[in-house]
Design a protein around this ligand. Structure first.
Ligand code: DSN
Length: 429
């Protein structure tokens, strides 16, 4: 690369990824094939519109590519319609609302503090400004979705659209119950399965079809592919509205290079190894979660059915999770601070640490590794960030990661573990 500054930053990021244990449950490692497709010559092509209905010439190949991606998405998710152009999950959600609602219409969705998502109508998001939002949450005692309460809220507010789906909820979502509520009040049901789409396509989590009118997912999380999102439906009329909302409603030219990456992602999902990855991810996450439960920590909802969980560290050690996040990061473990249901602290200094197993599983870590990781994390948190403990565990984490490289080929001519901090990298370069 001629641009040495960016080249060095790419190398630095590669080293960072290799030498940190990523437990952030929305992150993962895309395969080299996905990276190659996403950075391919499709970057160069403008293709506003949809296959066979473009506003530019020279689109023969991108049409083939986008059609291939659409067909794969339909096959993998077993549905009749797919839009593969959304640049991100938030854009996809906005496009769905734009397609089905008018500004000011009512949406019922999960409270951000209880595990929802910004683009489900949080007041700081455009979705919270354009639409009239009412939130449901989890039950104070069980910390699981209270479907009776969802029903009650919907009967009072009469929403035009209900969003089911979350970014910090460790239990199975009952789509059938959501559909019954949606039917009762005549609302559309939208399922945001960004966090659980890999489990859904491998039948390890109930499928929102046939209950949801629209299903969307990002592609870079659990399903470990290219960045961006896809929107799915079985309703032809809704499908047309969604296409119009994505383009020209919200976006201009689609990123055909990213669509190439999404197509490769879907190819990988169809391979037998993908289900093995999903089963391992579930077992690994449970093993990690069990260590916190055994150590007497309060895990939100008391456990996990999926790839993530959230621990209330504040109630145990009286330190907020921004501080705990830093202790863990010093030991090269990445888990993110998060609000918990009925949070008493602020979103910047909350009580919870969210973590999960997708990236570690992709990296090849097994149940025994996750048990050890859980013990190490508990030791650090119980020690209240004791420097000696952090350093002792950092050595163990680095030893483990070194045995499980992510991008073997990329690091074949250097050892990312030669340094053990990114400051050292800066000093050396
Ligand atoms: N940022 C993602 C997450 O961490 O869950 C959601 O978009």
């Amino acid at each position: 690369m001629k641009d040495k500054e960016v080249e060095l930053l790419i190398k630095k990021e590669l080293i960072r990824e290799e030498i940190y244990l990523d437990l952030i449950p929305s992150e993962n490692y895309a395969s080299q094939d996905v990276l190659d497709a996403s950075g391919s010559v499709f970057t160069n092509k403008y293709a506003e519109g949809y296959p066979k209905k473009r506003y530019y010439p020279g689109v023969e190949v991108v049409d083939e590519l986008e059609e291939l991606c659409i067909e794969r998405a339909k096959k993998v998710f077993n549905c009749n319609f797919a839009n593969v152009q959304a640049l991100s999950g938030s854009t996809a959600n906005l496009a769905i609302y734009l397609a089905l609602l008018r500004p000011g219409d009512r949406i019922v969705s999960m409270n951000l503090n209880h595990g929802g998502h910004l683009s489900h109508g949080a007041h700081v998001s455009v979705t919270g400004k354009f639409y009239n939002i009412f939130h449901y949450g989890v039950d104070e005692k069980t910390e699981m979705i209270d479907y009776d309460k969802v029903k009650e809220i919907c009967l009072i507010t009469k929403p035009k659209l209900i969003v089911a789906g979350a970014s910090n909820y460790s239990r199975k979502i009952n789509w059938k119950k959501f559909k019954a509520i949606a039917d009762l009040v005549g609302a559309y049901l939208v399922a945001d399965i960004s966090h659980i789409s890999a489990l859904v396509v491998t039948n390890l989590h109930p499928n929102p079809f046939p209950y949801a009118d629209v299903v969307m997912t990002t592609m870079q999380k659990q399903i470990r592919g290219a960045r961006g999102a896809i929107i799915l439906s079985n309703n032809e009329e809704i499908a047309k509205k969604i296409d119009n909302a994505v383009f020209p409603g919200i976006q201009g030219g689609p990123q055909e290079n990213i669509i190439a990456g999404k197509a490769v992602t879907l190819f990988e999902v169809m391979q037998p190894f993908f289900k093995t990855y999903c089963k391992n991810m579930l077992a690994n996450n449970k093993a990690l979660c069990d260590e916190f439960i055994k150590a007497g920590y309060h895990v939100i909802s008391g456990g996990t059915d999926n790839h993530l969980f959230c621990v209330d560290v504040f109630s145990k050690v009286k330190y907020t999770s921004d501080i705990v996040e830093k202790w863990l990061q010093d030991a090269h473990i990445l888990a993110n601070k998060n609000t918990i249901p009925f949070e008493k602290n602020s979103p910047r200094t909350p009580s919870g640490i969210r973590m999960g197993s997708p990236a570690g599983t992709t990296r090849g870590l097994k149940v025994e590794d996750f048990q050890n990781i859980g013990k190490w994390m508990v030791k650090i948190i119980n020690s209240k960030g004791d420097e000696k403990v952090i350093n002792e565990i950092k050595v163990k984490v680095l030893e483990l990661l070194k045995k499980h490289p992510i991008y073997k080929d990329k690091i074949s001519n250097f050892d990312p573990f030669e340094i053990d901090s990114l400051n050292e990298y800066d000093a050396k370069k």
